[in-house]
Design a protein around this ligand. Sequence first.
Ligand code: NAD
Ligand code: GLY
Length: 370
Amino acid sequence: MNSSDLQIVAIDLAERSYHIAIRGSLFDNPLSYVELPAAHSALIVTNTTVGPLYAERLQRALSGKYPQVHTVVLPDGEAFKTWESLNLIFDALLGHGCDRKTILFALGGGVVGDMAGFAAASYMRGVPFVQVPTTLLAQVDSSVGGKTAINHPLGKNMIGAFYQPLKVVCDLDTLKTLPDRELSAGLAEVIKYGPIADMDFLGWLEANMDAALAREPAALAHIVKRSCEIKADVVGQDERESGLRAILNFGHTFGHAIEAGLGYGEWLHGEAVALGMALAARYSARRSELSAADADRAAGVIAAAGLPAHLPTLALSCDGARLVDHMRYDKKVEGTTLPFLLLRAIGNAYVARDVDLADIAAFLDAELHS
Ligand code: NAD
Ligand code: GLY
């Protein structure tokens, strides 16, 4: 694929349909926003890291179309995905006299995107918004599909709404300033699409991981486009996660337990998901549903991306039962049962509702001592 070609991925959701535009030199080009509805004002929502890098250029690009372009800068980090930060967005909207046509622009990673989306869903009962994702994770996953949320002290992403953007503008050039660790964390959500949906894509990642880590433009362009295509297909079939969309949570139940059990802030979300995927693959092999060779293959791609595929020895103070306890605070809990995303083969994920949590605890104990 030529990285200078504009790639468009469509999300087909009837009257809520939209496009994802993928290329370099996009976010600060007024043409990227030409089809958006007219409005008296726009509000850029960003954070203290991304704002100084990119907000002024976005403001300039929007200023020919919107008479007033305001910016609100939130504190950076998952710890600030809170009511307090959300309220800063409402303060800015009300303080600037923004109306029901005002368009929000989420400029940043998944944290900014999830919060700006939730603010857009609830300000004056809903105003339009555009995602301008600047992390790999946000470009391949969080900016697409309309899940918006903030955290609650008792659980991650527990307060939110399904609310689709008008457009997603993935500017590959913004990935140049992303720290290496964040790039790898984004690759976790990219790798996810192989085991759940596309064996060929997993093979492509095995062959091209070095190019991805070196941020070669053609490799990044293919990664973002293929990931968005797979996500668009899944979301188009099941927007509100009544079935199929659950496969996008592959590795997340184990991952959330790792984040909570080993300490929020120690692990990036993508790192925990990566280890969660390796564990889910090995647990699928333990149930004799996936071959041990395929479980090893999944772990190999994860490790090649510089991501953890095994529980670290420092976790020895933590046992399987404690990790399982953390799984009980999961949005996927159905009464007393917890569905698990498992694999029958690479490219064939399914929801298992017969998983015994005592067996998960025993599996995790074995993993901790292997
Ligand atoms: P993030 O938003 O915290 O960004 C990671 C770090 O990179 C931050 O410090 C950020 O300021 C910085 N950053 C962002 N863009 C940059 C750039 N271009 N250059 C330099 N630094 C940059 O984290 P994330 O990994 O993007 O997103 C994680 C969040 O996404 C979590 O809250 C998770 O729950 C959410 N999420 C949501 C969905 C969804 O469907 N809505 C899916 C997956 C994850
Ligand atoms: N990232 C999971 C989803 O969008 O459903």
